[in-house]
Design a protein around this ligand. Structure first.
Ligand SMILES: [Zn+2]
Length: 182
């Protein structure tokens, strides 16, 4: 696992329509004190360099990190996460807005991928409030829905985290389509 996996994950998410060209972010923990995270304002399919952020001081080197670097840092502080991926998954956002129940036991993808889903209310992107709310939920859930915004998951590597977001997105899509057919 290397920072290159983060760059690849962003390309996959963009191609799959889980993020727009300037949204979403991903990171990997490096040792005990650092993590590398996608930069701010760089198109997600063109990322070549990541920001390196200090977990204690939040100072960084390299390009300016994603505005959600606080959210990533607090999750790393609160959990054993090795990697974190954040998407603006449209079906997940829609299903949540419609108030649909997302029962991860219902379908095989989410049953095996996700341990627990939690949810935070709408909070400003990039804010400390959002970072603290998500990191608090991350103590008990590996996948967290950000209402009106997207979802974030952590795991043993970026692909594991992406798998959780994809499984959630798959579940959300089926629930929305099922509702439309009723
Ligand atoms: Zn976001």
């Amino acid at each position: 696992m290397s920072c290159d996996d983060v760059i690849e994950v962003m390309k996959v998410m963009y191609q799959k329509g889980m993020i727009t060209v300037l949204s979403g972010n991903a990171s990997i923990r490096i040792g005990d004190k650092l993590f590398c995270i996608t930069p701010s304002s760089v198109p997600k399919h063109k990322i070549s360099q990541l920001a390196l952020v200090d977990l204690d001081t939040l100072s960084w080197s390299g390009p300016k990190p994603s505005i959600e670097y606080r959210m990533h840092a607090l999750i790393y502080r609160n959990t054993e996460a090795k990697a974190i991926v954040h998407a603006h998954s449209p079906w997940t956002v829609l299903a949540t807005e419609l108030g649909l129940e997302l029962d991860t036991r219902r379908y095989v993808e989410s049953r095996y991928a996700i341990q627990k889903v939690s949810k935070v209310p709408p909070l400003e992107a990039g804010s400390w409030d959002l970072a603290r709310a998500v990191a608090e939920k991350a103590k008990e859930a590996d996948t967290i829905i950000l209402e009106g915004h997207g979802a974030i998951a952590y795991g043993k590597d970026p692909w594991d985290a992406l798998n959780k977001l994809e499984a959630l997105e798959y579940l959300a899509k089926l629930e929305v389509l099922k509702r439309e057919r009723k």
